[in-house]
Design a protein around this ligand. Structure first.
Ligand SMILES: [Zn+2]
Length: 244
């Protein structure tokens, strides 16, 4: 039997037939895929403990015969499991997983998103300063997917923003200077744009230490949700659990 191997996060598990689980993986080498883990339902023996939600595993699976048939997992070894101490951090991890499952295509390989998942789960495990986490994650995710421009300059004319530039958000995901813009979505101060630019590229734990006011947070999340909706169908279930 031909098999393929790789590293993956477990994003979702649900019962399948009598004794199996259908597991959604996000792997470094093959992107998002579903696969069956046989004989693990209702058992804690053997390899069953290797399918904990959000853990990072080394997997081996058989190669599907046609595009339609589901693969079976033939080997699983835990590389790292994450322990989330609060409901908030667990729900935020589910939020990360749901965004990835909604926005990434099957088979789409993306190591920079894989790294973002790992960094995110590490921060959530520490469980400190999580009040801006969802915004920082979404901003980084959309940037790394290529859906958002670099926030240091005007998307249209390319001029770098400075203290005296008036900046506005547009409904097409652009950040524009006053010469190029309408003001469809709202205005930003130079300080706002500096925070967003920092959040795009700095390590997540550093991003979470920046404190911002509620008006800015609401505005930023609305803008990012708007951008997110353009690239996916339906609504995020976890968003309502987090009261966004
Ligand atoms: Zn401009």
């Amino acid at each position: 039997m031909n098999t393929s191997k790789g590293l993956a996060f477990i994003l979702k598990t649900r019962p399948f037939k009598e004794k199996d689980y259908l597991v959604t993986f996000f792997s470094l080498e093959h992107g998002i895929f579903n696969s069956i883990a046989c004989g693990v339902k209702g058992s804690t023996k053997g390899w069953c403990g290797n399918f904990l939600l959000f853990s990072k595993i080394k997997f081996e699976r058989n190669i599907p015969k046609s595009d339609q048939s589901l693969t079976k997992i033939t080997g699983a070894e835990v590389q790292r499991s994450f322990e989330f101490k609060s409901v908030e951090s667990f729900t935020l991890a589910s939020f990360c997983a749901e965004v990835a499952m909604k926005l990434m295509q099957e088979g789409q390989e993306m190591d920079r998103i894989f790294q973002l998942m790992e960094e995110s789960f590490c921060c959530l495990e520490k469980d400190t300063n999580l009040s801006n986490f969802h915004i920082v994650f979404l901003l980084k995710f959309l940037t790394r997917m290529g859906f958002l421009p670099d926030f240091s300059m005007c998307t249209k004319c390319g001029n770098k923003f400075s203290e005296d530039t008036r900046i506005s958000w547009e409904d097409v995901g652009d950040i524009l200077c006053s010469h190029c813009s309408g003001t469809r979505f709202g205005n930003l101060s130079f300080l706002d744009i500096k925070v967003l630019f920092f959040w795009q590229y700095a390590p997540i734990d550093k991003c979470l230490q920046v404190s911002v006011d509620k008006v800015f947070k609401d505005k930023a999340f609305e803008f990012l949700s708007d951008e997110l909706c353009k690239h996916m169908n339906g609504k995020l279930k976890t968003a309502s659990m987090l009261n966004f």
